[in-house]
Design a protein around this ligand. Structure first.
Ligand SMILES: [Fe+2]
Ligand SMILES: [Fe+2]
Length: 334
């Protein structure tokens, strides 16, 4: 059974003042001493280990690391302000397509507030990095993190009467995914580094958001009728295709490499080789077996969505769910 989302939301609101970083904490600020420490985990920058990049020396590698750190924080700021806060605002104003208590709508406003604050902190961190390192961030272009395209897909694909439910489902999946990914990254950070401090601060809020959105996902699904469930299940594979597309990270890598003087062709080759060196050759296994699929599938399972046969079939057709009999590895999720 789902928890009572109204009661849960009332408790959430009572704790927000004490727990939210925007309400209760002095935020971390980068210092001249700390700017030489880890600004982004080396494990997430496979390019740095490529022999042609190592051969360029420390200064070029430092530039890549700084610009990758800035691009990652800019991406966070964009997702938080443009997508998540916007969807939270709509959740508060227009609901979730199913009955939603006023307290839960108020929680959506606190989360939107938290997210705009995270965007502020991320952009401040970028400005501090640029000022203290003397290295400029890569200039903004039209490319956006994949959540933008994933939400645009939902707008285009969901039937008119289900826009709110479909957007809310997208928001729940996105918030769950981002939090799990950040927790995963936090294990790979150097404990007294600027990246570690700024990530831990962010996670104080995201851990709380994640629990709320887990309850909301289940509430939404249980309150939806059969037709709505079938329609939501139909847009899920396309949403996951857009949301888990790795193209944005690659685009950033190419721009950073071109910025230090590599041609477009060399940048493409180095980026491809670096990823292969770090993670092995590209996998041809089903999408649902790849690591990024783990967290969304876990959420869908916990919300009872994977028990819905028409949705299961759409996810299997889309490659996001793997037949249990053929795939023992998948048993942990399915
Ligand atoms: Fe956030
Ligand atoms: Fe969040």
């Amino acid at each position: 059974m789902a928890v009572d989302i109204g009661k849960y939301a009332e408790g959430y609101l009572q704790e927000w003042d004490q727990r939210a970083t925007v309400r209760a904490r002095q935020r971390y600020r980068l210092t001249a001493d700390a700017v030489s420490k880890e600004l982004y985990p080396a494990l997430l920058m496979p390019i740095l280990k490529h022999p042609e990049i190592v051969a360029l020396g420390e200064e070029a590698r430092r530039r890549i690391a700084v610009q990758t750190a800035c691009a990652a924080q800019e991406a966070i700021a964009g997702i938080e302000a443009d997508v998540v806060a916007e969807l939270c605002s709509r959740l508060a104003r227009e609901g979730a397509g199913v009955p939603l208590p006023g307290a839960a709508r108020q929680v959506a406003l606190t989360i939107g507030t938290d997210e705009l604050y995270h965007a502020y902190v991320a952009r401040e961190f970028v400005a501090d990095i640029e000022r203290l390192s003397g290295i400029p961030a890569v200039a903004a272009d039209d490319a956006r993190p994949p959540l933008y395209a994933a939400v645009a897909f939902i707008h285009a694909a969901a039937p008119d009467g289900l826009q709110r439910s479909a957007e809310t489902m997208a928001l729940c999946i996105a918030e769950h995914f981002v939090t799990e990914e950040l927790f995963g990254v936090s294990k790979d950070t150097v404990s007294d580094s600027p990246f570690h401090f700024i990530l831990r601060e962010h996670l104080v809020d995201e851990g709380r958001h994640q629990v709320f959105f887990r309850h909301l996902m289940r509430h939404l699904w249980e309150a939806s009728g059969e037709d709505a469930r079938t329609a939501l299940g139909q847009v899920l594979p396309g949403f996951l295709d857009a949301f888990l597309n790795p193209g944005f990270q690659r685009h950033l890598d190419l721009r950073i490499l071109e910025g230090i003087g590599f041609t477009g062709d060399d940048s493409t080759r180095i980026a491809t080789e670096a990823v292969t060196l770090a993670y092995g050759p590209p996998s041809d296994c089903a999408k649902g077996m790849r690591p990024p699929a783990r967290h969304p599938l876990r959420l869908l399972k916990e919300a009872g969505i994977l028990d819905h046969q028409p949705t299961r079939e759409r996810l299997i057709e889309g490659g996001w769910l793997v037949d249990q009999v053929k795939s023992p590895i998948h048993r942990g999720i399915d």
